[in-house]
Ligand binder design. Structure first.
Ligand SMILES: [Zn+2]
Length: 211
C-alpha cells in the first residue's frame, strides 16, 4: 500500500469511528421512554402509565362530591378557614359557605367545570354567579366586585375560567373583602336559588377523601 493509500485508509477509519460515536450518542435519546411516554411509572403508581387517562378523575368524598380548585387566585389550601358552621346576621342564620379573604380585585376563577346558570345581584351576597357543576350540584360565588368580561349565562366553563373579581358587595365588610363560595345539592326539580348547602372546605382543602 502506498503512503497516500495509508493516509486515505486512516482518514476513512477516523471518519467511521466518528460516525459510530455519533450514532451511539444519538441512540439513547431517541429511545428514552421518558421522552415518548406521558410519564415514567413509579412505585406509587402500580397501574402502567399508558393505562391512565390524560386527566385523572377528581377525588370524590363520601357525599359523592368531587374535589375543587381554590377559586381565588394565589390562595393556598393552608390559608383556608372552615367557616361553614359560623353564625351570620347576628346569630340569626348559619353561614353555610366558606369565606376566602383576598384583596379587592383579586381574580376569582371557577372551582370546577360547569355551566353559568345565573348572574344575580343579591342584597346579602352582592354580585353573585351561580354555576351548575352537575345536574344536582350548584356552586355560587358572592360579594364580587365585578364579573369577568366574557362571563354570561349559559356559558360553559372549565376549572380556572375567570368568574370575576374579589370584592365586598352585598353585606360584606368593605374592610374585609372576600369571596363567599358555596356548594349546594339540589333535589329533583329544585332551581339554582334552592338546594341544601354542603361544606365546601374539605373539597377545597384537599381533604375530600379523608372525610
Ligand atoms: Zn360568607
Amino acid at each position: 500500500m502506498t503512503g497516500f493509500g495509508k493516509l486515505l485508509l486512516c482518514l476513512f477509519l477516523v471518519s467511521a469511528a466518528a460516525l459510530a460515536l455519533m450514532v451511539r450518542f444519538d441512540r439513547p435519546a431517541s429511545v428514552d421512554p421518558a421522552a415518548v411516554g406521558p410519564a415514567a411509572p413509579s412505585a406509587s403508581m402500580p397501574v402502567p402509565a399508558s393505562a391512565l387517562p390524560a386527566v385523572p378523575p377528581a377525588a370524590v368524598d363520601r357525599r359523592g362530591l368531587a374535589s375543587l380548585a381554590i377559586p381565588v387566585a394565589g390562595v393556598s389550601p393552608d390559608a383556608l378557614v372552615d367557616s361553614f358552621d359560623d353564625a351570620r346576621g347576628g346569630g340569626t342564620r348559619p353561614h353555610h359557605a366558606i369565606d376566602i379573604a383576598a384583596p379587592i380585585g383579586t381574580p376569582v376563577i371557577a372551582a370546577a367545570p360547569g355551566r353559568v346558570e345565573k348572574l344575580f345581584d343579591s342584597e346579602l351576597g352582592g354580585k353573585m354567579v351561580y354555576v351548575r357543576a352537575a345536574p344536582d350540584t350548584v356552586h355560587y360565588y358572592g360579594h364580587l366586585a365585578g364579573y369577568a368580561p366574557d362571563l354570561a349565562e349559559g356559558l360553559s366553563i372549565r376549572t380556572g375560567t375567570p368568574i370575576g373579581f374579589v370584592g365586598a358587595t352585598g353585606d360584606a365588610d368593605p374592610g374585609a373583602p372576600h369571596l363567599h363560595f358555596g356548594v349546594k345539592r339540589l333535589a329533583a326539580g329544585e332551581g339554582w336559588w334552592q338546594g341544601t348547602d354542603v361544606d365546601p372546605y374539605p373539597l377545597l382543602a384537599g381533604k375530600a377523601v379523608a372525610r
